[in-house]
Design a binder for this molecule. Structure first.
Ligand SMILES: CC(C)(COP(=O)(O)OP(=O)(O)OC[C@H]1O[C@@H](n2cnc3c(N)ncnc32)[C@H](O)[C@@H]1OP(=O)(O)O)[C@@H](O)C(=O)NCCC(=O)NCCS
Length: 169
C-alpha cells in the first residue's frame, strides 16, 4: 500500500461555543468538545484510509484550559501513525483571541480509529511517513500508546507490551 504523509489527513474544524453547549460556569461542556474532536478525528482517519472508520478508543484527553462561551474553537486532527487496520489520530485544540486573533492551545487528545469494510470487519490501511520533528515524535511514541490502550482494554497481556515496559526499565 502506498504510504501517506500526516499532512494528507489534516482536518481543521472551526466553530463557536454557543450557550446550549456550556456548563453552569459558562464554559464548553467536556462532552461537547469530545464529540467535536471525534468528528474531526473521524474525517482525518477517513482521509488517510479512504475507508469507513469507527472510533475504537479515546486514549488520552487533557482538559487543560476551560473554553468560555463565545470562543472560536479550532480543532486540528492529523494521523500520527497507522498499524494494520488501526490509526492513531492526534488532536490539538486552539482558542482564538477575539481582538488579536492569536491562537492559544487549550487542549489535546489522542483517539484510535479502525478502518472497516461494509460488514464492519477491520481492513488494512496505508502506512504513515512523518515529515516534521513533531510528527516523528508522535509517530515514535504511538506503539507504546497502542500497547497501553490494549492492556487497559484487556486485549493484550502486560507481559506482551514490550515497548511499553521498556519505558519503565
Ligand atoms: C473497533 C473494532 C472494529 C475492532 O474490532 P475487533 O474485532 O476487536 O478487531 P481486532 O481485534 O482485529 O482489532 C482491530 C484493530 O483495532 C485495534 N484495537 C482494538 N481495540 C483497541 C483499543 N482499545 N485500543 C487501541 N487499538 C485497539 C487492534 O489492535 C487492531 O489494530 P491493528 O489491526 O492495527 O493491529 C470493533 O471493536 C468495533 O466495531 N467496535 C465498535 C466501534 C464503534 O461503534 N465505535 C463508535 C462507538 S459509539
Amino acid at each position: 500500500m502506498q504510504p501517506k504523509h500526516p499532512s494528507e489527513s489534516l482536518t481543521t474544524l472551526t466553530d463557536l461555543v454557543l450557550p446550549s453547549e456550556t456548563n453552569p460556569l459558562n464554559n464548553l461542556f467536556g462532552g461537547e468538545l469530545l464529540a467535536r474532536m471525534d468528528r474531526a478525528a473521524s474525517i482525518a482517519a477517513r482521509r488517510h484510509s479512504r475507508r469507513i472508520t469507527v472510533t475504537a478508543s479515546v486514549n488520552h484527553v487533557a482538559f487543560n484550559r476551560s473554553i468560555p462561551l463565545g470562543s472560536v474553537v479550532t480543532i486540528e486532527a492529523k494521523i500520527s501513525r497507522s498499524f494494520k487496520s488501526s490509526m492513531e489520530i492526534f488532536l490539538d485544540v486552539w482558542i482564538e483571541d477575539r481582538e488579536s486573533g492569536s491562537k492559544t492551545k487549550a487542549n489535546e487528545a489522542i483517539y484510535t480509529f479502525v478502518a472497516v469494510d461494509e460488514t464492519g470487519r477491520p481492513v488494512e490501511v496505508p502506512p504513515v511517513i512523518p515529515e516534521t520533528d513533531l510528527e516523528q515524535e508522535r509517530f515514535d511514541a504511538a506503539l507504546r500508546r497502542k500497547q497501553l490502550s490494549l492492556v487497559l482494554a484487556g486485549k493484550m497481556k502486560p507481559a506482551e507490551a514490550t515497548e511499553l515496559k521498556a519505558l519503565f526499565i
